[in-house]
Write a protein that binds this ligand. Sequence first.
Ligand SMILES: [Cu+2]
Length: 652
Amino acid sequence: MNLSFKSISIFLLIGLSLAIFSCQQGSNGGALKNSTAEKVFVAPGEHDEFYAFISGGFSGQLAVYGLPSGRLFKVIPVFSVDAEKAWGFNEETKPMLQTSHGFIPWGDSHHPDISQTNGELDGRWVFINENNTPRIARISLETFETDEIIEIPNSAGNHSSSFVTENTEYVVAGTRFSVPVPQRDMPIAEYKGNFKGALSFIKVDPEHGHMNIEFQILMPGFDYDLSHPGRGKSHGWFFFTTYNTEEASTLMEVNASQNDKDFIAAINWKKAEEYMKAGKFKTMPANYAHNVYDEATHSATTTWKKEVRVLDPAELPGLVYFMPTPKSPHGCDVDPSGEYIVGSGKLAAALTVHSFTKMEKAIADKNFEGEAYGIPVLSFDATLAGTVEQPGLGPLHTEFDGKGNAYTTFFISSEVVKWKLGTWEVIDRKPTYYSVGHLMIPGGNSRKPFGKYVVAMNKITKDRYLPTGPEVTQSAQLYDISGEKMELLLDFPTVGEPHYAAGIAADLIKPRSKKFYRLADNNHPYATKSQDETRVERKGKDVHVYMTMIRSHFAPDNIEGIKVGDRVYFHVTNLEQDYDVPHGISMIGANTSELLIMPGQTETFVWEPKQVGVWPFYCTDFCSALHQEMQGYVRVSPKNSKIKLSWSLDGE
Ligand SMILES: [Cu+2]
């Protein structure tokens, strides 16, 4: 660390902010404002303290930012094709976007959650859901690449996902829309009583992270909004908010808001495991894709799954209970101790908090106020821990600082409100600009949050930034929560809709971050591990180019004997064994993106030349002083040409 540089920079910043505030705000600024700049300032060459993984919502991706600076480091391609990384364009990653509906090059990514061990973030993987064509992805935090995507059958609008239990035993995927299960042609008007909501429990292999849908619980035909695992004393349970317990299928805005209370569904997943062991499940036919990226072959494969095991809560006592919660609850959040389950009724005036201890007692006492489709409904008063009275308008989501405080976002009144667990008193409130959805405290979903910052993710920004036409950037806002009162430190723009985020201390990830792939371990079937092995082979109309790249040339760099109508596969291996030396390649007229190949990796793109001529290719990633010289030519002859296939580097 360059101390003198940092102190000079801070000094300059303080001076600058003093100057700005003295002319803009008169005496309102003062010493407090000066320290604001310092609190988010990360000097050139220094690292941020936290990683923030902020989902892109409708972009389908997951973006990586530093906190407190708000700097964007990487956009990890997950559910949407990404030309920057060749994700979904190269032959190796195309299988990752396979689904039972075919190749789906776009997704709607919402809720990332980081893997845990003993209820603490372990920094191994991030899971994230796709709403539109229901899928769950697992991203490696060694490579910051998507390693696995599993499609979720019997589901639609996969929203109450993807949250992990405290040892990452399961990641859940809860459906938003109830649908006919199995899907069939039936009148929509017969929804009530006939549609089902599937809650999927996906087992995570503790060593490799591989996912498998262990079982689904077929719930009544409500909408399932959000979920959270129990932890500590409530470990073994999972909680889901529901709305539309009216089971309306039309004019939902009005018809799904009739009931005074909807439910939080409490699922005893340990009990589910017992029922699974006892064979109390049914096996249903299903068809869904399981896509796994293999780091050794640098390639993904799709496996088709043909069935899924389902549990029926009406037949299995003790598996599910309903806790009445006013009124169309959205968020469903469990505090770090596992005692409190916060349900935010979007249309309710107060925040409802349930007690896990009281819930267990109500179950033991059979303190039910009724049942719904064979599932007991616990009496409202029996599970109620307390209510936060008139905290704001439109409560959505709650996170925790680990010091006994909760922070809830209010969409309609556009604010973050800090309140105390147990006494339910409001301690502080700060405005957001504008209409905040989720908020995130690093580790806020675990037993040990890092209660230093909260990030609010806003839906609209209007005049906060320079205008860019009708669409203005979406944004996040960073607050310091280390003191009694919250302090707004920073606005920063985000990619896509910043739907939700997961944050973690950088120290838990940095030391394990991958620097390059060992060439010796590259088992790609088309890898070329030295320049001597480079070649071009024809198999009918398919031509396979085994190519290497190293600063600053391709081998081979002159290829002849390609004909119009051929399918040319460029299998390109980056021979570098050095940190941060990717190379790129692109070919004129190729109906795909460039490849961006990491050191030691092999990737493939297909080119179908349509025109006779001599056509160039070149490196797309500025790699050395002679990057511009990194290029080559392919000669394309007419369909019936007799020119033999040949290739060379420097005439050899
Ligand atoms: Cu959400």
